[in-house]
Ligand binder design. Structure first.
Ligand code: 1GP
Length: 253
């Protein structure tokens, strides 16, 4: 039978209490040392989860190095925050992580991103023995790297009902996690209306990301029903910790 692994159980338990924040580290943007330092600062600012991945990651070796470095720093600091992979392709698997968001890009026009890459990457996940968390991934708008690479048929921001039909499909397919993605650096985060509409029909873990750069956007997404808020781009600006702390406080209890 299917059972929740420790990371999914932890996230489910934590988000029952209040929404949490995740720091997304793209190994294309940080070398291993910078990645570890960014993860450390993010945890200090209050994030509950470190995500590692990106849409254009070409080197699995680079991913391994980044995850290993983050992990060794976290062990030194005795941090229990999980490191979870957020893969954009088959290069996104590392046996050094705690879990993987094993995702299907449901609104891609290319079956490769819906099930092809998953089949090709599955053996690597099996061999690595890391925990797999099934996830539906939905991309809004057509201006992001993830939208371009994933050959997405983008959900228009003004059509929450289109997100709802995919959320229902994800639920009926047994996907326990759903990620609403506005695209990294988006000027238009996922709207409250969309988050609420999805939350009404979907009872799994609801992740929201793209363009959350301040406490206002975080508070809106959390109030609308997001369980996990993903913060990526902001981590590249110097002195991001102050803003991240405000975001965590705005999202939290
Ligand atoms: C991207 O949703 C994430 O996959 C995070 O977006 O980089 O805009 O924070 P930002």
């Amino acid at each position: 039978m299917f059972e929740l692994g420790p990371v999914e159980r932890r996230l489910t338990d934590e988000t029952k209490k209040h929404p949490i924040c995740a720091a997304l580290i793209d190994p294309e943007d940080f070398d291993p040392k910078q990645a570890a330092e960014t993860a450390r600062k993010s945890i200090k600012a209050g994030v509950s989860l470190i995500l590692v991945g990106g849409s254009t990651l070409a080197s699995q070796g680079r991913l391994d190095d980044v995850v290993k470095e983050i992990k060794s720093h976290m062990q030194r600091d005795k941090s229990q925050v999980p490191i979870v992979l957020f893969p954009g392709n088959i290069t996104g698997v590392s046996r050094f992580a705690d879990a993987i968001l094993f995702s299907s890009l449901l609104n891609s026009t290319n079956p490769y991103f819906i099930i092809g890459a998953q089949a090709l990457g599955a053996v690597e996940v099996y061999k690595s023995k890391i925990e797999s968390i099934p996830m539906a991934y939905l991309v809004f708008g057509n201006n992001s790297t993830t939208s371009f690479i994933g050959q997405v048929n983008p959900i228009p921001a003004s059509k929450p009902n289109l997100a709802v039909i995919y959320a229902l499909a994800a639920k009926y397919l047994g996907m326990r996690t759903l990620y609403l993605e506005a695209g990294s650096g988006s000027g238009e985060p996922i709207s409250q209306e969309t988050i609420q509409a999805v939350k009404n029909v979907y009872d799994g873990l609801l992740i929201v990301g793209g363009g959350i750069t301040g406490p206002d956007a975080a508070s809106k997404a959390a109030k609308a029903g997001a369980d996990v808020l993903v913060i990526g781009n902001l981590l590249q600006s110097s002195g991001f910790e102050g803003k991240l702390k405000q975001i965590v406080a705005a999202a939290g209890p």
